[in-house]
Design a protein around this ligand. Structure first.
Ligand code: UDP
Ligand code: MG
Length: 329
């Protein structure tokens, strides 16, 4: 039981990572604010909001200051540059020292109106309440199809349970949050980290809306890299694949080699076959380079990890009244 529960009020901090979201944030806060009022009244929750400005260049910080000036519940955190969504969320969650945290996208794609449902599940004793997307508006079929495939592939490759079609829209109980805070890896695949933590989990299906303004920051190249991140952070299956590929190639080579020797001994086959030679050399070269590349992916990550740099740097921290600071590494 936390100190706030002793007083009969649970604190809930809504953490929003924002990168160049000047057009969406005021609209989001207008939607969020009545939901927080409702929580304060009905559920006896002490709601707080923490906006993390992930090094925006478009006046997001100024817009956030206007929001904070008008609402006592709002804290602001600004990172020294754009560190990416995963680091921005980590920075935000690090600052939540009391009560639960709920992660929300700045673009209004995760409806704030569902927050009371998340809170109800938390109160029933769940530690990780996550929104599962039933439908996605405003996203092309290609993005939907690749996202669908990605979640299925991840689930097969990774021993860590990662719920399908689940974004970052979720509520974490204080103990889940404390557990997550211990995972300080540099390559942060948050969906996997949430899954790794475990505890009592429950899904809330919802309808993912289209963005209210601006454009998605995740183009296909970024999504591809994100997928690579997921696979390499939570599975060593590609390394094993390299082994199997090697074994299979060696077996085929052995059979083929025996056949060549047999032919030469019994039929006196003259040396021939530049095309077959070329094909074999190129094939083997390709397989070897691919296996090397896979090893390289893991080695590169090991290298980055070994440097032990902080995950993000804070430029400015403006806590709301009554909010204490967490660690900022
Ligand atoms: N975001 C961030 N840093 C970044 C990229 C994105 O904090 O480098 C935030 C962004 O402002 C938004 C959320 O992450 O609140 C989700 O981003 P986006 O809507 O672009 O992704 P999508 O919904 O298309 O997956
Ligand atoms: Mg979005």
């Amino acid at each position: 039981m936390t100190a706030s529960q002793d007083r009969g009020r649970d604190r809930l901090t809504v953490v929003v990572a924002a990168y160049d979201e000047v057009d969406s944030l005021p609209a989001l806060h207008r939607r969020l604010s009545p939901v927080l009022d409702g929580l304060e009244g009905d559920a006896g929750i002490e709601p707080r909001v923490l906006y993390v400005d992930d090094g925006s260049r478009d006046g997001t910080w100024e817009a956030l200051q206007v929001i904070a000036a008008e609402d006592q519940r709002v804290s602001l955190l600004r990172l020294s540059r754009n560190f990416g969504k995963e680091a921005a969320l980590t920075a935000g969650l690090d600052q939540v020292c009391e009560g639960a945290a709920l992660i929300l996208d700045a673009d209004g794609q995760d409806p704030p109106e569902l927050i009371p449902q998340f809170v109800a599940k938390w109160r029933e004793g769940h530690d990780d309440v996550h929104g599962t997307r039933q439908e996605r508006d405003g996203e092309g079929w290609l993005k939907r199809a690749t996202a669908h495939a990605f979640y299925r592939v991840m689930q097969r490759l990774s021993p860590t349970p990662i719920p399908t079609d689940t974004g970052d829209f979720r509520l974490l109980s204080p103990r889940a949050l404390a557990a997550l805070r211990q995972l300080r890896e540099r390559h942060r695949f948050m969906k996997g980290l949430f899954g790794w933590v475990g505890f009592n989990r429950v899904a809330i299906p919802y309808h993912r809306e289209a963005r209210v303004a601006g454009q998605s920051k995740f183009n296909f190249w970024r999504l591809w890299n994100f997928a690579l991140e997921g696979v390499t952070s939570f599975s060593t299956a590609p390394l094993r694949l390299a082994t199997y590929l090697g074994v299979a190639t060696a077996l085929v080579a052995f059979v083929y080699g025996a056949w060549v020797v047999f032919k030469a001994l019994f039929f006196g086959d003259p040396v021939a076959g530049w095309p077959t030679m070329m094909a074999v050399i190129l094939f083997l070269g390709g397989v070897q380079l691919m296996a090397l590349g896979m090893i390289g992916e893991y080695l590169g990550r090991l290298y980055v990890e070994s440097k032990q740099r902080p995950l993000y740097l804070v430029d400015d921290w403006r806590p709301a009244a009554g909010v204490s600071s967490g660690s900022t590494t």
